[in-house]
Design a protein around this ligand. Sequence first.
Ligand SMILES: *Cc1c(COP(=O)(O)O)cnc(C)c1O
Length: 608
Amino acid sequence: MDDLLSRTRAAVWHPCTQMKQLEAVPPLAVARGEGAWLIDTDGRRYLDAISSWWVNLFGHCNPRINAAIADQLGKIEHVMLAGATHAPVVELSERLGKLTGLGHAFYGSDGASATEIALKMSAHYWRNHGHPEKNGFVSLQNGYHGETVGALSVTDIPLFKATYEPLLRPTVRVPTPDARLAESGESAEAYALRCADALEAHLAEHAATTAAFIIEPLVQGAAGMAMYHPVYLARARELCDRYGVHLIADEIAVGFGRTGTLFAFEQAFLPSPSGRGAGGEDAVGEGTAGAGGGNGSRRFREIPPEAIEFARKLRHEQTDAESRLWHLLRDRRLGGHKFRRQHPMPPYTLDFYCDEAGLVVELDGGQHAESARDARRDAWLAQQGLRVLRFWNDQVLQETESVLSVIWAALHDGARPHPQPLSARPHPRPLSPGERGENAQAGFRPDFICLSKGLTGGYLPLSAVLTTDAVYEAFYGDATARGFLHSHSYTGNPLACRAALAVLDIFEHDNVIAANRVKAIEFTRILDEVAAHRRVRHFRHLGMIWAFDVADAQPGFATRFHRAALAQGVFIRPIGATVYAMPPYVVDADAMRTLADALLGCLADPAI
Ligand SMILES: *Cc1c(COP(=O)(O)O)cnc(C)c1O
């Protein structure tokens, strides 16, 4: 082992490391991996509590991913993707397209290259539409999007950025909705809305020279697992629509189930129009923001105004119906049954949920393509033992009493009620294909999603940028230069694509998102004592991420904590004063107890 350490110091320039410190803090010499564990050259085991820099999902040496790669090795290891194609990259693109709703996949090798691709594609899109001046980028304060020169321009971590400032393109930072920065007495949601106002103020003035807003949805990882309220995403989507700016979701860290849904962006929801600060005593996600009238909006040039109007109307109806029903459910009490609104039940968010009755009430806006998804969703809810009632928005608005009586009956007679299924009713207003396209665009979907890290389960470098038909079509034409002439040698590597396909198979076959939900509850309980520790501030949890700040951390805290935890069999690397765990999903309760004990041990040592 000592031999390996001196050789690594001599020959390997380690990432994100002051090499001189390697003398004092030798790297862990890893010989093997097994599930959530790393095994060093002396045979000692360490829990990989941060999934090898957030990439690993299903453990080291996962037999299913190993088998997929081995199978591919016997076929073709790599072929260039310009002028050639292969089944793994086609299948992966199709599947990612279905999962994200963004049907065009461009590949790179790392997260940072995905950021570069999204930025270039966005600016090039506007150029192809005759707006070369729309080439600026907006990003969040404390955001992280990678460290190549373009990606670093939209990153805002001074330690990584300041030195290279002269090389970078100036970009605009808007305030982070990081819930820790809320004023005392201000909710995370109210603070997120306040930050969204700052974004709006910027876009209102600078949209004409702005190509895109890039954001890490729900969690700013490198900022120290800063978490924020999902209403910010919904508002960002609205504002980007209104001002004609692309929204780039950098899901490199949060994609693939980290936040409790396959993609974090799925958790965006529209706030109710009931007015900022309206109290929702007992309800999760009681909305507070104005839904934002569409006045003065600038529009994507290629979208017909009627389609925009239609999408807006649909959204407003949805909002009206939702808040109408919400007030009725609260006011009438329906025999004392309490409903929660926008109740998160990953992978879904339920419109209305009554816990004691196991009843879900969902509203539908008549959104075409949703029916297959609804069926999947209803089947999943039924599997959880929940009953689902669905109503159209305009039923709620126009036949309110009968809707309430169906809900009342469902709550009281226990027998399964049979409201007329949606499929048996005439569709309130069939959509034309043009409307369908626009509606999808206006929905809570980013214009670009960047994926990497978990994409291959932590096996091989691969990244993907997925985008809309509208973006794709802007590049399609006879002129070569109108196309996206970007490439990396290993674009769409078949081995990496096979690893990614195996990862998607595991998600599907093992129902990972639902299983994680149950695990996360247990794991959070295991960390209760840590959360309650007197040195711990802002203990936070989302999906498979747990984080807290240490109140009295002194300079050098992260290194001391790392070393002390290592001595207790846990590989963890705090960011500044923030300690976080982001374990592979295969971690079990025993391993989480090892983690909790190590964390408590470190916290108990006043010298750390
Ligand atoms: C890690 C990360 C990147 C960069 O990915 P690399 O593969 O390290 O280049 C970009 N964005 C986010 C949000 C990340 O967490």
